[in-house]
Ligand binder design. Structure first.
Ligand code: ADP
Ligand code: DP6
Length: 332
């Protein structure tokens, strides 16, 4: 069985270049067709492909500097290495750098809530990979970085590009074909709104939630094939510019994912009463003609997708919506 360290050794030129200060930003992303379930936990390989939209300037900024000793500043606070989040970060740094690495100071900040289902793990591990690549002058390609960032968090594979990005599940046992690719489709009218229900951290990480769902949900067996089909269909509608079909499928895909979790034994439910109340308001508004659709990840917050021409109608129904233009200033 291949070990994660062997994959890093095979893809990162050794010895590493001399450590220099480097800074990197990566956007978060919201999956329109979700990743839920692993076929190999050790190599963090997914059971199904997924497709996301990146969040423009919402994401993570990470700086790496030479230091006398390892230090981690996470969202402005020094974080001890025995906390779960720090341990994940240092494990990834050790994999990336191999044995005998120099001490590092890492400073990372999310301008999105951390661990609230707004994909901080995606932008966090993509920004860390980009910063390590620059700090050690590795000159890795984005597909290689996407493949390696998977070992930090699966959704991080999709955070190396703006716009629509597809993460192919792949079928190689060593995961060498499991990385993301940008669709390179411009969709300037596409908009996202974040409806924050709770920005505090969730009780179960996505990793734990999906592992438990795969093990115990009687509905899960139907998920991987349907999710792969949704992913392919959404991509086709993106390429044809069919917004309504994208939105309908994205909402159905998210609800199907949550249904698999709620059928787990015991149930995994990230959605809160306010999430359901937002969904009821949305569905009522849709009957009155609002063309907007919802998606939710491993947290209670709702993300809406709609087109620019609908933005003021969305604000009428949801005055607290935080608007994101994912294609602003980007030539995908
Ligand atoms: P989210 O919905 O925010 O992605 P997850 O539970 O999936 O929530 O992931 C949260 C975890 O992601 C954190 O506990 C931490 O391990 C990791 N993470 C978040 N932000 C960063 C960051 N800036 N750098 C590295 N890892 C991060
Ligand atoms: C619901 O990428 O956080 O947001 O690979 O275990 O770190 P790990 O999981 P993670 O899971 C994301 C799940 C999701 C759907 C998605 O982003 O595709």
């Amino acid at each position: 069985m291949v070990k994660p360290a062997e994959i890093f050794e095979a893809n990162i030129p050794r010895p590493l270049g001399e450590l220099r200060e480097a800074q990197a930003f990566a956007p978060s992303n919201i999956a329109l067709s979700k990743y839920w379930g692993k076929r190999d936990a050790g190599l963090n390989l997914p059971l199904n492909s997924s497709l996301s939209i990146s969040l423009g300037s919402w994401g993570t900024e990470t700086t790496i500097r030479p230091s006398e000793q390892d230090t981690l500043i996470f969202n402005g606070t020094k974080m001890a290495s025995d906390t779960a989040a720090a341990a994940k970060i240092w494990r990834f740094v050790d994999l990336f750098c191999g044995v005998g690495r120099p001490a590092l100071a890492i400073e990372t900040s999310n301008n999105i809530p951390t661990a609230a289902g707004l994909a901080s793990s995606a932008s966090g591990f993509a920004a860390l990979t980009l910063a390590l690549n620059a700090a050690f002058a590795c000159n890795l390609s984005k597909p290689t970085m996407s493949m390696l960032a998977r070992f930090g968090s699966g959704s991080a594979t999709r955070s190396f590009w703006q716009g629509f990005v597809r993460w192919d599940a792949g079928d190689a046992p060593d995961g060498s074909d499991s990385f993301a690719t940008p669709l390179e489709v411009d969709f300037p009218s596409f908009r996202i709104a974040i409806l924050t229900v709770d920005s505090g951290p969730k009780s179960h990480s996505s990793t734990d939630g999906m592992t438990h769902t795969v093990r115990s949900s009687p509905l899960f067996e139907n998920w991987p094939d349907k999710a792969n089909a949704d992913c392919a269909e959404i991509e086709r509608h993106i390429r044809n510019g069919n917004f309504v079909a994208i939105g309908e499928l994205a909402e159905a895909n998210a609800l199907a994912m949550h249904a698999t979790m709620m059928a787990a034994r015991p149930a995994v439910c990230y959605l809160k009463p306010e999430t359901w109340s937002i969904l009821q308001d949305l569905w009522r508004a849709r009957q009155d003609g609002l063309v907007a659709y919802a998606t939710m990840d491993a947290g209670p917050n709702v993300k809406l997708v709609f087109e620019e021409s609908t933005a003021s109608d969305v604000l009428n129904v949801f005055p607290n919506a935080q608007m994101i233009n994912p294609f602003e200033g980007s030539s995908v």
